[in-house]
Design a protein around this ligand. Structure first.
Ligand code: PEP
Ligand code: MN
Length: 342
């Protein structure tokens, strides 16, 4: 497996001292430094970054560590200032990827440059916006493109600040197999104590790297205080992280056998689902011929009770079983509805 790219540094560059104290201890442990110079915040009045003044601090951190640095840009003006200070790489934040005008403006400002660009997923789970941003940058001739998966907003409160929705990142990876996919466990987790577990999941899912927020004094941070790690904590996390090998030989053969078994079971599963739907269709025809309503609540509750009891014995989680039953139910009702109205 290729060596993963590790990017770390503070959420925001707050002062020269804070940038240097956060970045210098990372020498030898990370491949690239990060810092937010301009911070797009959801609400006005929050700390919006110190602005262009911070570029000199990032440039100094680069010089002292010998590491390249990446910062966030959200406009053509940001791009021009960053390039003037010799910043090596830029990232588009989740609140920028959602905005085609902003992305286009940045792409136009980057035309003809050699800088690396990381594109974070949009805040909302809409792959088209992520793809659109990649297309705009690729059309502007940027070939050092990478993706950053930082999770998605969702209504209500969950375990993490942003829902990972790993499947969306997989779809993006399938769509752009040539683009490195970096995970940002800090913004997915939203809390220090969860950063390591998200990072390990990303490593297990063969991500190409990680971007993690690290601040010399996280509790005093002016942005994202709850999710940043001290440099020591970051180093500890990186030491504990396991990047497992791809595997070969006997292992690969065992894996292949298990995969064949999975393929066989999937095939059986869908054969059975097809048969189940064919029976639902026959019930639909009966209902049509006898002029009876489709949805019969008591019957459906009995089906759910039967299955959940059995599923619990098999160690299947109730969320999983309910999601599957809902999908089956929606499909059956849809088919019966069609039959009744044909
Ligand atoms: C950040 O990286 O500090 C940041 C603002 O990220 P995102 O755009 O993912 O919210
Ligand atoms: Mn942040």
């Amino acid at each position: 497996m290729k060596k993963p790219l590790i990017i770390a540094g503070p959420c925001s560059a707050e002062s020269r001292r804070q940038v240097l104290d956060s970045c210098l201890p990372l020498v030898g442990r990370v491949d690239m430094l990060r810092a937010g110079v301009w911070k797009p915040r959801s609400r006005p009045g929050s700390f919006e970054g110190v602005g262009g003044r911070a570029l000199a601090w990032v440039a100094e951190a680069k010089r002292l560590t010998g590491l390249p640095a990446v910062i966030e840009v959200a406009s053509a003006r940001h791009v021009e200032s960053a390039l003037k200070y010799g910043i090596d790489a830029l990232w588009l934040g989740a609140r920028t990827t959602v905005s085609p005008f902003a992305v286009q403006e940045i792409a136009d400002a980057l035309r003809g440059t050699k800088v690396m660009v990381f594109v974070k997923n949009p805040v909302n789970p809409d792959l088209e916006l992520w793809i659109g941003a990649v297309e705009r940058l690729a059309d502007a001739g940027i070939d050092g493109l990478s993706l950053i998966h930082r999770g998605f907003s969702y209504y209500g409160r969950g375990h993490y600040r942003n829902a990972p929705m790993w499947n969306l990142a997989f779809e993006m990876r399938a769509r752009y197999p040539g683009l490195p996919m970096i995970c940002d466990p800090s913004h997915i987790a939203g809390a220090r104590e969860y950063v390591a577990e998200v990072a390990q999941t990303a490593a297990d899912l063969r991500y190409d790297g990680l971007m993690i927020e690290s601040h010399v004094n996280p509790s005093e941070a002016l942005s994202d205080a709850g999710q940043q790690l001290t440099p020591d904590e970051l180093i500890h996390l990186l030491d504990a992280l396991q990047w497992r090998a791809d595997g070969d030989g006997e292992f690969a053969r065992r894996l292949e056998r298990l995969r064949q078994e999975i393929d066989r079971i999937d095939s059986e599963l869908f054969t059975l689902l097809g048969r189940r739907m064919a029976i639902a269709d026959r019930i639909g025809e009966e209902k049509r011929d006898n002029n009876v309503v489709i949805l019969q609540d008591t019957r459906w509750r009995a089906v759910v009770d039967n299955v959940t009891a059995r599923a619990a014995e098999l160690g299947l989680s109730s969320e999983f079983v309910h999601a599957i039953l809902d999908a089956i139910h929606i499909e059956s009702i849809g088919r019966q509805n069609k039959i009744l109205n044909e």
